[in-house]
Write a protein that binds this ligand. Structure first.
Ligand code: PLP
Length: 467
């Protein structure tokens, strides 16, 4: 009766049928479920509570993995959050040009900023970088050949695999070189009448060492210029020809940069190429993610020659893969912070976390230890502070150790696995930590402020209170 007060009758009936169905199929499989009225009613209640509780929730990330794809990658800067809230609540200038009192373009909100920050002639932002890659390949190499090194046929996070995206786009993939070594002459030999693109893909989540060699964008640029001068290739397909902007018999150089660093980010002696540097190497087009090293919302940006970006803007893919007003608001606000490098380092959380030294992280780690010490008993746990390593995540700076400080929680009662289960599965706001040698490690680097420190302490206290 009470459930009917909370949810519509049809829904409660559906949930009741579902509970009976699952009991029935359990019996058919030889199980002996509790089929009492109470048990079934309890199951309906449980399902109802699940409906009431949001599935997508905030978590506290104490794992030390900064761009954690499973945890939503980049936390947004405050100004981006405010911008999202503002446009989400009401109407906006999304496609309205107030200066001309006429229809405007959604690209106008971010394009000028991106061009200023990267030196590009033009830019378009779409759903994510996977979409950007797909769009470039489809627009400029569908039915033509895209030449790529075997060392760059990468898989990033399961469902993004370069060969699969190539196939989906309708581009004919021409693999050159070997896994570890590709030379300029490999590209040269592969070029034929149907070649439209040289594609470079950032290896992102792995590193090759030893007997390796790859060809830079600079070298590919030189080769493309030479071949284009000789008029060897058939070049880009009709969409661009129709726009009238591009010479049809031309090989383009495209780089999928993966993480789009707009400012210098280094770790462990390695640094990511910035978008500006990638363009300066001579690529016609460069694409990158907005929620990795850039620290903005989920989006993918394609920058490069104006005639080419204009062709992309005209493509049906631009409509299919376009960004919504909330992402554009977040993107614009995030990009604006980069106008001043120091501001970006301070206010873009991802950039701040990536560039803080271990000594800057230490006070936050100490705050976690101190707070835990006030709520937990020394009979239950040992708390110590240790040096450890954070990770960039998000397919950037792979295997790079970023020095950090962690709290090590050693259990005298209970155990790390059971405590972790409570931290993650037992609360509305999960706390994600790391386990090492039967201890829980909490990395101060990815903890966002005092309120999260309090939440972590509260979560541990709950575990011991329930023991
Ligand atoms: C991460 C990545 C992608 C996919 O980008 P999303 O924004 O996650 O869609 C594509 N290519 C490279 C090289 C990457 O690192």
């Amino acid at each position: 009766m009470t459930l009917l007060g909370v949810l519509p009758r049809d829904l409660v009936v559906d949930l009741a049928r579902g509970a009976i169905d699952s009991a029935r199929s359990s019996i058919l499989k030889g199980g002996k479920p509790d089929c009492s009225n109470d048990a079934l009613a309890y199951e309906v209640l449980r399902q109802t509570l699940r409906l009431e509780k949001p599935s997508l929730r905030r978590v506290v990330n104490a794992s030390g993995v900064i761009v954690h794809t499973n945890l939503g990658r980049s936390p947004l800067p405050e100004s981006a959050v405010a911008a999202v809230e503002e446009v989400a609540r009401g109407y906006s200038t999304l496609e309205y040009d107030c200066a001309h009192m006429a229809r405007g373009s959604r690209h106008d909100h971010y394009e000028r900023l991106i061009c200023m920050l990267t030196g590009a002639e033009a830019a378009i932002a779409v759903n994510n970088n996977a979409a950007a890659v797909m769009m470039v390949l489809a627009e400029f190499a569908r039915g033509h050949e895209a030449v790529i090194s075997r060392g760059e046929l990468v898989e990033i996070g399961g469902s993004f695999r370069v060969p699969d995206i190539m196939a989906l786009s309708g581009a004919r993939m021409v693999e050159v070189g070997t896994t570890n070594k590709t030379h300029l002459r490999d590209y040269e030999r592969a070029v034929g009448g149907g070649t439209a693109l040289f594609v470079k893909v950032h290896p992102s989540n792995f590193r090759m060492s030893g007997f390796t060699e790859s060809v830079s964008v600079k070298e590919l640029r030189r080769l493309a210029d030479e071949l284009n001068g000789r008029g060897l290739a058939s070049g880009v397909p009709s969409a661009v020809d129709a726009a009238g902007a591009v010479d049809a018999r031309r090989i383009l150089v495209y780089e999928d940069l993966g993480s789009g660093a707009l400012t210098e980010i280094k770790a462990d002696g390695l640094r990511e190429t910035t978008v500006r540097e990638a363009l300066a190497e001579g690529a016609d087009l460069v694409s990158f993610s907005c929620d990795k090293l850039l620290g903005g919302p989920q989006a993918g940006i394609i920058v490069g020659k104006k005639s080419l970006v204009d062709a992309l803007k005209q493509s049906p893919y631009a409509r299919v893969l376009r960004l919504d007003k909330m992402s554009i608001a977040a993107l614009e606000a995030t990009l604006r912070l980069y106008l001043d490098d120091a501001t970006a380092r301070e206010r873009v959380p991802t950039v701040r976390m990536l560039t803080e030294t271990a000594e800057q992280v230490l006070p936050r780690t100490q705050a976690v230890r101190d707070k835990l010490a006030t709520v937990l008993s020394a009979d239950d746990v040992d708390l110590s502070i240790e040096q450890d390593t954070s990770r960039a995540g998000g397919g950037a700076l792979p295997m790079c150790d970023i020095p950090t400080y962690v709290v090590r929680v050693t259990f005298k009662h209970g155990d790390a696995q059971a405590c972790e289960r409570h931290l993650v599965a037992g609360r509305d706001v999960p706390v994600i930590a790391r386990i090492s040698n039967e201890c829980i490690l909490l990395d101060g680097r990815t903890i966002l402020g005092d309120s999260e420190v309090t939440e972590i302490a509260q979560a541990f206290k709950e575990y011991f209170d329930r023991m």
